[in-house]
Design a protein around this ligand. Structure first.
Ligand code: BES
Ligand code: MN
Ligand code: ZN
Length: 497
């Protein structure tokens, strides 16, 4: 899909060519003296158009309006959330028609974050998955023209949003693919394809190299599958080598049957989404390659299937992790933490500024926070606050959860240094406490995206979250670095004091 930023306001919107014109109408709408402005003011006055976010009025072949269809979308106060609701609703009604080119216009002097929200929502609501369909009916709404009053002011957030869309769609594509279209090997190929961007490098380790590294916990999970494991290492180099990188670690279980502690059949298909953490890391790299911020980022993806088999790891087996800590695997369905713990130990070699892992880790997190906010766990208050703020800014929300040591009580084992499960209460917290043991050497945050990475039911599909949150966080790190960097030397001799 293609987004174009153009300089026009409501006064010129009627002249824009396209299949549909969407006008976002705030509560405090100022009609001005154009015919379109007067039409909108009249529709509000008569009660045919409500300005509550999500309310629509659809019109067809309106005199003086070049676009065939006109959708007026209530936008209330014009907050990011309301812009998203309005654009999603308007896109939804246009999706069925023969609409390719959509012109979007703000009915007020929309700020930069409204532009970001509009672009993200337009892409989200018009997305169509096609890969494993025999007669793909692709996306119809493919061309978007976004009108703003001030191109210079809107440009950075527009570019950021377009790159975020590409990242989100990359993450959705890999998340949505069935497990037989997204094996660990295929995920590694997807990562390699990202390395076409000049700042991105990719290295893929297989079973022999992973064994040599001593990743006994990761290997234990992979044992039950015919599919070979992969450990993917992505590097984005946007700053000097001396700049400490941020490391992103994504859970890449391409399918989670539970292993010998097998899951019930109902909705087990949704465990193809158990690599959405990995997909979000791929999506972020996709966007980084486009935006080229001046930071360094490492992406680590441990990827395998969790299957029951004659060779599969059994409840009670003890394995030795790369850190040297031994782990009693009491439940083979708590496999995410087993592959992540070795990836966290691997992260130490980069002397990272921060490590953020992203994982569809626990059903308990779905119970705690539902589909609205991802669970955020962190040993570093600044990092936690920055991640939370990034999420708020781009409406990809998370919420901080506790890490009190008392929550680790249940992880005690009589036969190893630690057990991989700690009972049902506070299940998302005990999972995080397990990971924390492997993340003591750097500032660390863990995002449990079990409730937010995909939707079930009729709208079943990956959401691409938390790509927007992570990307916003990383761009803010780049801004921070630019603000504190020493002033560049100017030509000629410097005055000495
Ligand atoms: N991938 C699942 C977590 C999950 C379950 C995410 C359902 C979304 C929906 C994870 O590997 C898992 O099975 N976790 C177990 C842990 C338990 C055995 C301690 C869970 O949450 O039930
Ligand atoms: Mn599991
Ligand atoms: Zn899992």
């Amino acid at each position: 899909m293609n987004f174009e930023l153009r300089r026009f306001e409501l006064a010129d919107a009627a002249a824009q060519k396209g299949d549909a014109l969407i006008v976002l109408v705030p509560k405090a709408f100022q009609p001005g003296d154009t015919a379109l402005g007067q039409l909108i003011a009249g529709a509000i006055k008569s009660g045919d158009l409500e300005t509550k976010a999500g309310k629509l009025l659809q019109l067809y072949k309106v005199d003086g309006v070049s676009c065939t269809r006109l959708v007026l979308a209530g936008c209330d106060q014009g907050s990011s959330r309301q812009v998203r609701q309005a654009v999603a609703a308007a896109t939804g009604v246009l999706k069925s028609a023969a609409v390719k080119r959509v012109v979007l216009c703000f009915g007020w002097g929309a700020p930069a974050d409204a532009v970001h929200a509009a672009v993200m929502a337009a892409a989200d609501a018009s997305y169509v998955y096609t890969t494993s369909k025999s007669k793909p009916e692709g996306r119809t709404l493919t061309q978007w023209v976004i009108g703003v009053a001030d191109m210079v002011a809107a440009r950075p957030s527009f570019d950021h949003a377009v790159a975020a869309v590409h990242g989100v769609e990359f993450a959705k594509e890999w998340g949505n693919r069935p497990a037989n279209y997204a094996t660990p090997t295929q995920l590694a190929e997807a990562a390699r394809s990202l390395a076409k961007a000049p700042q991105i490098g990719c290295e893929v380790l297989g079973p022999r190299q992973v064994e040599k590294l001593g990743m006994g916990a990761f290997m234990a999970v992979a044992r039950g599958s015919e599919e070979e494991l992969r450990f993917i290492v992505l590097r984005y180099s946007g700053a000097a080598k001396s700049v400490a990188p941020t490391v992103l670690v994504g859970k890449g279980i391409s399918f989670d049957t539970g292993g010998i502690s097998i899951k019930p059949a109902g909705e087990m298909d949704e465990m193809k989404f158990d690599m959405c953490g990995a997909a979000s890391v791929l999506g972020v790299f996709r966007a980084l390659g486009e935006l080229k911020p001046k930071i360094n980022v490492i992406g680590l993806i441990p990827s395998c299937e969790n299957m029951p088999d004659g060779r599969a790891v059994k409840p009670g087996d003890v394995v030795t992790s790369m850190s040297g800590q031994t782990v009693e695997i009491l439940n083979t369905d708590a496999e995410g933490r087993l592959i992540l713990c070795d990836a966290l130990t691997y992260a130490e070699r980069f002397h990272p500024a921060a490590v953020i892992d992203i994982a569809t880790l626990t059903g308990a997190c779905v119970i705690a926070l539902g589909a609205v906010r991802s669970g955020l766990f962190s040993t570093a208050d600044t990092l936690a606050a920055e991640l939370q703020a990034a999420g708020e800014a781009v409406q990809d929300l998370c919420w901080r959860m506790p890490l009190d040591d008392d929550y680790a009580e249940g992880l005690k084992s009589n036969f190893a240094d630690v057990a991989n499960v700690g009972g049902r209460p506070a299940g998302s917290v005990t999972a995080a406490k397990f990971l924390q043991r492997f993340a003591e050497k750097f500032p660390w945050a863990h995002l449990d995206i079990a409730g937010t990475a995909w939707k079930g039911g009729a709208a079943k599909g990956a959401t691409g979250r938390p790509v927007p949150l992570l990307l916003k966080y990383l761009l803010e790190q780049a801004n921070k670095a630019a603000a504190t960097a020493p002033a560049r030397k100017t030509a000629g001799p410097r005055k000495s004091a």
